[in-house]
Design a protein around this ligand. Sequence first.
Ligand SMILES: Nc1ncnc2c1ncn2[C@@H]1O[C@H](COP(=O)(O)OP(=O)(O)O)[C@@H](O)[C@H]1O
Ligand SMILES: [Mg+2]
Length: 501
Amino acid sequence: MREIGVVTSNARISSAPILIYKDAEHLAKEESLVIIKDAKFIKTYLGVLRWLSKYDPLLTHTQRAAIIERPELAEESIDLPFEASFIKILGEVVNGRLKPPTSPPTPRSKVCIIESSKDLQLDLGYGLEIGVHKYSGLTIPLNLEALRYHIAVVGTTGTGKSRLVKALIDEVIDKTNWKIVVFDHTGMDYVRYYSSEKIVDAEEIAIDIDTISQGLANVMSSIRELIENYLPITLLYYMLCIDAKKDFKRCLNQNDEQILNFLNSSTIDIDRVEELILNTSKNSLWNADNIAYIARLVSIALGARGATPEKLSLYIKIYGRRYIDRLNRARYRVADIIDMVYRNRIVVIDLSIVETEVRRVIVKGVLSKIWEIVEKTRKPQNILVVIDEAHNYACDRGCYPSNTMIEKTLREGRKWGIGTILASQRVVDFSPDVRNNINTVFFSRLQTPYDFQQLQNFIDLAGIGTETLSLLETREFFFAGLGNPLKYPMLIQVKIVGEPP
Ligand SMILES: Nc1ncnc2c1ncn2[C@@H]1O[C@H](COP(=O)(O)OP(=O)(O)O)[C@@H](O)[C@H]1O
Ligand SMILES: [Mg+2]
């Protein structure tokens, strides 16, 4: 700990001006932690240096000075300038704990800079250790209670968001009994760290019939509008035929009336359809030629006219084949994934292989299942949902259906122990319900000034400006909000999270 200056006149409870000693100028850094020793009232304050400025009593840019004719004068009085700053006061240190300040520090109190975590005996409580304060090395733990109040990690690409989230995940596993579902948008950020029993490929999850139909319609985009309506019923009829096993052949030879009767007489609900989809996949019976054939029959039975049935059948064979073959990889219901989460404590879902629409359906499906459990048990679940590149899932428009369940989780999750971590370079895109329910934020360099304004709208930045943020390096984040025991945005350096072995 080194003495660097004294408090000057006009000190207040929240901030105090300080004059910095000539020989300590090189030590004072923006965001450094300092201690104010108030000798008069025997008090110690903790604060952080903010708004460092250098002044010169004889040289201001709006007054004429001799230097403009005699530049050599600049060197002669090089010792004249002085440095001043403000200390943002975080609290009074009382018996090793931080308390809200009750009176301003007395002017002339000495100010010391904290150079190592050993300089300060301060109990910030138990919590998740993500990193240390950049200059003092002080560990600022994230209060465990904050998990259920939702966390955002914000910064432009490459600032270290995913690694920070990985550090959080490790700490949650290590220090709590919470369970975790991770949605890995790129398939590169989390999957690689875990062994195979903790990873699920999005293709392996059976999705609902509407999403399958939409996906299939998408790959046949040129006739999409013509055929869209026939696909869900085609697929349903196909699966029912498969389920009829030895009657499969007869299924293929039914007339219009028989087809409609068969559909009408089958008992179908959501669970039954899920079971049909999963069985078809598990037995590898998704077959483009058979589906093409059935699409023709079903579309005719449903009144398709002209060349539509032929087109439909042909397009499925030509363009739908790869998509349909891929459905054979599904082997889990969403409920199975949740079982895995409860069994293994963590499951990482690799979303990278499937289309965006399917990714959103999977996020929605998993969240819906968690809420079903809550509704059934009426007990907090202590489950953390991690969504990386979250602007793709939590936006206001165009993120349906995942946004609906994410919004619900942010609004109501705290009561039932369902917390979220959302990492994103674009908070602008988060829907208002999402933004307004985030209580802890890690933020770093941002993409645009507009992102900064948005951030200001939902978190108290306490005077941190865009210019400060734009100077941050990889791994450097401000830690703000409920989870921060210092109740004030602090600059931390995230611990090293290495490459996977
Ligand atoms: N905590 C960290 N420990 C080690 N390396 C890091 C850390 N944070 C960032 N990096 C480096 O920066 C790169 C980008 O980090 P990443 O978390 O993928 O950024 P983002 O998710 O913000 O795009 C990583 O590949 C790694 O090399
Ligand atoms: Mg990332």
